[in-house]
Design a protein around this ligand. Structure first.
Ligand SMILES: [Zn+2]
Length: 118
């Protein structure tokens, strides 16, 4: 990953960031349960893909699609919406596993799918 790609990270004012099995949230988001959920989705993605692939896909897709439309973020935001909307618990890990197995973490298959189909 080149330094130019990291510039996009630096310009973003992110509420949280995940690194392997650890995530960081800004102090003003510390009480936001939904934000914690979102970052935990990234922990699962990181584990499923491995750090090298996660970082390579994340950086390339961030540069190509922007933050909200990159497939790994779309997956996290769509699951976050489901978490906020549904009263029933659901297996986030199994859902992520299925989505990654279907290739939905990649732009060809992941972008634009509505969260209802997760
Ligand atoms: Zn995210």
């Amino acid at each position: 990953m080149g330094l130019a790609r990291l510039g996009a990270f630096e310009r973003m004012r992110m509420a949280g960031m995940t690194f392997f099995h650890t995530y960081f949230v800004r102090a003003d988001g510390a009480q936001d349960e939904s934000l914690h959920f979102h970052e935990l989705v990234h922990v699962i993605q990181w584990r499923l893909l491995g750090g090298d692939k996660f970082l390579a896909f994340y950086a390339a897709d961030l540069e190509r699609f922007g933050y909200r439309k990159s497939p790994l973020e779309r997956m996290a935001f769509n699951l976050q919406k489901r978490f906020e909307r549904e009263a029933q618990p659901f297996s986030v890990e199994a859902t992520c596993q299925r989505l990654v197995a279907e290739g939905r973490h990649r732009p060809e298959r992941g972008a634009g799918r509505p969260h209802e189909q997760l």
